[in-house]
Design a protein around this ligand. Structure first.
Ligand code: KIV
Length: 272
């Protein structure tokens, strides 16, 4: 299998094909997702919720995300791995942001980094692009702003908001972003963005006009307690886990463990 690069994604888009992206937070799952042919994996800051059980994405620790990004890349070496830069790893200071992006690329083995932005982040995106860091600009609903906005909600339902999103997307392309991710927005808005820009656009609850689509893996697999309406489960792996764990409980209770693989060496049992 040839490694998926940003160029591969650009070619998929040129051919008018769509591409899938899923979140992933560990090497084992990454290996299976690569075998399935998912070309792009996002090591999202949703790891804070899905892996660490924290109450929101703003609590995602930087070093933890770098560590699991490298794990995902080791599990899926031929997949494009996108690392999510967590809250306060790039907002306070551009130089610190560029250095942290560099850590994701070198220590985290990431192929590109994702930042939650609007057009005011254009200078930072320019600096990262200049330094050789491919940036995915995440616009629309920005979960890292949750404390300011008071909750997660869709964006771009009014003409003014929709125009602002289109302007953000255009500014990000001009600043040198390699791709766009738009979360929770009406389909007309992403369609307009796709028409007005020429970089690949990934939607997360943003309609079918986008070139790629991403959802949180646990939502798709029926493992989450709650999922957004655009990420309906396509199987109920949680139920399978309950069944498998139940079978293990029964086997343990019944001492039904199969033939034991380890034996004492001949003659040792007597001395023992
Ligand atoms: O962190 C994440 O998982 C994300 C996706 C939901 C787009 O940013």
């Amino acid at each position: 299998m040839r490694p998926v690069t940003l160029r591969t994604i650009a070619r998929i888009v040129e051919r008018g094909e769509k591409f899938a992206c899923l979140t992933c937070y560990d090497a084992t799952t990454a290996r299976w997702l690569e075998r399935a042919g998912v070309p792009v994996l996002l090591v999202g800051d949703t790891a804070a919720e899905m892996i660490l059980g924290l109450p929101g994405t703003i609590y995602a620790p930087l070093d933890f995300l770098i560590t699991i990004t490298a794990a995902v890349k080791r599990g899926a070496p031929n997949t494009l791995v996108m690392a999510d830069m967590p809250f306060m790893s790039y907002q306070a200071d551009d130089a610190e942001g560029v250095r942290n992006a560099g850590r994701f690329m070198t220590e985290g083995l990431a192929d590109c980094v994702k930042l939650e932005v609007d057009r005011s982040f254009a200078p930072l995106v320019e600096k990262m692009a200049r330094a050789g860091v491919p940036v995915i600009a995440h616009i629309g609903c920005r979960p890292q702003l949750v404390k300011r906005s008071g909750g997660y909600s869709s964006v771009g339902r009014t003409a003014e908001e929709a125009q602002r999103l289109v302007a953000d997307a255009v500014a990000m392309e001009q600043a040198g972003a390699s791709m766009l991710l738009i979360e929770a927005a009406p389909g007309e808005v992403s369609k307009r963005i796709v028409e007005k820009t020429s970089f690949p656009v990934i939607g997360c609850g943003a309609g079918c006009a986008c070139h790629g689509q991403v959802v949180v893996l646990q939502d798709l697999l029926g493992l989450s307690n709650w999922q957004p309406s655009f990420a309906r489960p396509i199987c109920m792996l949680g139920e399978d886990l309950i069944n498998a764990a139940g079978r293990w409980i029964e086997k343990v209770r019944a001492s039904d463990l199969g033939e034991h693989p380890y034996r004492m060496a001949d003659g040792e049992r007597a001395d023992f």
